[in-house]
Design a protein around this ligand. Sequence first.
Ligand code: DGL
Length: 278
Amino acid sequence: MAYNNNPIGIFDSGIGGLTVANAVTRLLHDENIIYFGDTAHMPYGDKSIALIKSYAVRISKFLIEDQRCKAVVIACNTASAAAYEYLRDELKGQIPVINVIDPMIERVIEDSSIHNVGIIATKTTIASGVYQEKLSRRKPSLKFSALATPLLAPMIEEGFYNNSISKAVLENYLKQPELKNIDALILACTHYPMIKHQIASYYHESVQILDSAEVVARKLKMILAKEGLECEKDHVHQDQFFVSDFTTSFEKTASHFYPKPISLIKTNIWDNNFDQQS
Ligand code: DGL
């Protein structure tokens, strides 16, 4: 059987993608992960599709050409909305690219208990209409409503979660009329699982709260198996975490949400000299 011990590249604007990296590590514990948090450009959610696409293309190049990744996971809804189709087509036949939106769409349309689903995400993800388009095309009978919640990702990135500030901001969004009468809520931003318990308790556990981490990890596992890209069992490996700018909140929050110790490497991939510091 063929093996491939090269790492899996995972990226986001900041810490949000760690929720996906965490699920990948739990499901595929022998695999090696290279994580890239584009903290210098965070938040992505208020930027244009063209700008986010240019970041996603550059980060993918770093992961594939410099870090020799065998697969790339876009662990960010905003970057998935902006760049997935482009990267998938550009890299076709070379390496698989996995986004966080399609596995969630599959999850929702297959669940017959969901009739009215809410979507919360960044401004750019909501404005792209990608969830709305895919849900209405794949399951026309499904009711859905979408609400941009732009304060949430920067708030979480700054370390404000599971406290009274995050509770107040969150409640202000969740009480909006768009989210009335829903039976499920898609957390369409990878930062939001970090406040999943607060969201669930707002609804007194009566609304299904859906995040993409596990469905994305399962999709990745399936693709690696199908493409003959799985690693050997117990090969020596070490995950690596790159950021485009050092932020103390990244280090602090990352240590809460990732099961293994993280040491950050700052790299300026926008500069040809590749200045790297740990
Ligand atoms: N975590 C990212 C997402 O899933 C967005 C956060 C940001 O605005 O940078 O959309």
